[in-house]
Design a protein around this ligand. Structure first.
Ligand SMILES: Nc1nc2c(ncn2[C@@H]2O[C@H](COP(=O)(O)OP(=O)(O)O)[C@@H](O)[C@H]2O)c(=O)[nH]1
Ligand SMILES: [Mg+2]
Length: 197
């Protein structure tokens, strides 16, 4: 049997969620610029360059859609937030784009919110979690870059990050996109969410 998420390819980019067709099921990835979202998407989908790892943080300003297996199940890469150099207008445009997407997709099953495992949730991460909860959109926290946390501290740090978010440690994906830690498990989670009827 093929591995989960093996057959994933780029479908399209959109500047506005209204440009997107309906699909059967989709999951979205969101997080601060530079948190490793592109690296994680590449790792999950067995690609080197599916989601281009941007050299300039915040460069990726579009909704990028990837199709898994049949073209009607999607992984959606949302533009990163918290780009320090972003102007007020840019930030407002980002917010309108993200909220437009998150509130208009009936097929959206889960939003994966990436955070830095070492830094933990930033104020913008908290804001995103609160907004998703208020919109009743299921969210799963992903702590990425766990390789930066020493092995002896790693589980304690997971508990700390979970506590800061009012969640159970085991409910948080704890991964290193760079080193592959936790990636097979997370791949299964994403594939299962997309596979449901
Ligand atoms: N140490 C470490 N660095 C990572 C990891 N994942 C991504 N990075 C690095 O973080 C930087 C930003 O990654 P990128 O995927 O472009 O982040 P994005 O802006 O969220 O898409 C790059 O230098 C990556 O190599 C990880 O798991 N561990
Ligand atoms: Mg990126």
């Amino acid at each position: 049997m093929a591995q989960p998420l093996q057959n994933t390819r780029f479908l399209l980019s959109a500047s506005d969620a209204r440009q997107l067709e309906p699909c059967h099921a989709e999951v979205a990835f969101v997080g601060r610029s530079n948190v490793g979202k592109s690296t994680l998407l590449n790792a999950l989908t067995h690609h080197r360059q599916l989601a281009r790892v941007s050299r300039t943080p915040g460069r990726t300003r579009l909704i990028n859609v990837f199709a898994v297996g049949d073209a009607d199940r999607w992984i959606v890469d949302l533009p990163g937030y918290g780009y320090a150099k972003g102007s007020k207008t840019e930030n407002a445009t980002w917010q309108a784009m993200i909220e437009g997407y998150l509130t208009s997709r009936d097929s959206l099953r889960m939003v994966f919110v990436l955070m830095d495992a070492e830094i933990g949730p930033t104020p913008l991460d908290h804001q995103m979690m609160e907004w998703l909860a208020s919109a009743s959109i299921p969210a799963l926290v992903v702590g990425n870059k766990v390789d930066k946390v020493g092995a002896s501290r790693r589980e304690a740090q997971r508990r700390r990050v979970a506590a800061a978010l009012g969640r159970e440690p085991q409910s948080i994906a704890w991964v290193s996109a760079d080193k592959g830690t936790g990636i097979p498990e997370m791949r299964t989670v994403v594939a299962n969410v997309l596979a449901q009827d």
